[in-house]
Design a protein around this ligand. Structure first.
Ligand code: IPE
Ligand code: IPE
Ligand code: MG
Length: 239
């Protein structure tokens, strides 16, 4: 696509950061910020069709977030369960197809059951594809994909000589998704924190200072319009 053509990013990924600081600024416990952050998710998902975003991927819990206090981790897990239960009907009716990426093995059985159910209930939807990264880490994902690949080689189903980047990409949790065009991180931190390492090789990045619970639909629209002025080269010389 030529650089002069205005494009909306088809796939936007968001590192929803800053819930803790948002709560601290109000003298409240960190979980208060996570609740406020969860409320923003619906607004951003609902904005996607109008803004031309087909795929939205959100980072909800990383493989490193288990290092937090037991109170925060169990509070977050409870919040995820409650959120999935309360949002199911709305997501089904709004035409949102929900998927989860990350390692489910370490998650509580009742949470995994809710995740499976939501994926199934929304599997005919196609308006917006929402992917929630839960117990997700980019390195962990590549390691798990490599394990699958090695197993296939060991079973004689895959020729090691045929392995290329595409072979690995097809075994990642994101195998059905296009690569993200734009990755947004809120809260002013300019790092990836193990999010979509493989998939974001050529993504554009946008770091905004706003804390996630304050990130509105209007700000989302502004960030997307900024994407239009970027020139993506993919290693080639601009033409
Ligand atoms: C992001 O907000 C949400 C999760 C990581 C679950 P944080 O909880 O990281 O908020 P800050 O970065 O401490 O403000
Ligand atoms: C990244 O935020 C993970 C999520 C938003 C779920 P963190 O707050 O965990 O990242 P670091 O610790 O600042 O790198
Ligand atoms: Mg953080």
């Amino acid at each position: 696509m030529g650089k002069s053509e205005k494009t909306t990013p088809e796939h936007v990924a968001i590192i929803m950061d800053g819930n803790g600081r948002w709560a601290q600024a109000r003298g409240k416990p960190r979980l208060f910020g996570h609740h406020a952050g969860a409320l923003r998710v619906r607004e951003i998902v609902e904005a996607c069709p109008d803004l031309g975003v087909k795929y939205l991927t959100i980072f909800a819990f990383s493989t490193e977030n288990w290092k937090r206090t037991q109170t925060e981790v169990s509070g977050l897990m409870k919040l995820f369960k409650r959120y999935l239960m309360s949002e199911t009907k709305q997501l089904v009716e709004a035409g949102v197809r929900v998927r989860f990426i990350g390692d489910r093995m370490k998650l509580d059985y009742t949470l995994v059951a809710l995740m499976d159910e939501l994926e199934l209930l929304t599997s005919d939807n196609d308006l917006v594809h929402l992917t929630v990264a839960l117990n997700y880490g980019g390195r962990d994902e590549v390691a798990r994909a490599t394990q699958r690949l090695c197993r296939e080689v060991a079973n004689g189903k895959l020729d090691p000589e045929s392995v290329d980047a595409e072979t690995l990409a097809r075994r990642l949790d994101t195998y059905v998704l296009p690569d993200p065009d734009l990755v947004i991180r809120t809260s002013g931190e300019a790092r990836i924190s193990n999010f979509l390492l493989w998939q974001s090789a050529y993504s554009e990045y946008e770091f905004v200072d706003t804390l996630w619970p304050d990130f509105t639909r209007d700000e989302f629209a502004r960030v997307l319009s900024g994407f239009n002025s970027r020139e993506r080269r993919y290693g080639a010389v601009p033409g």
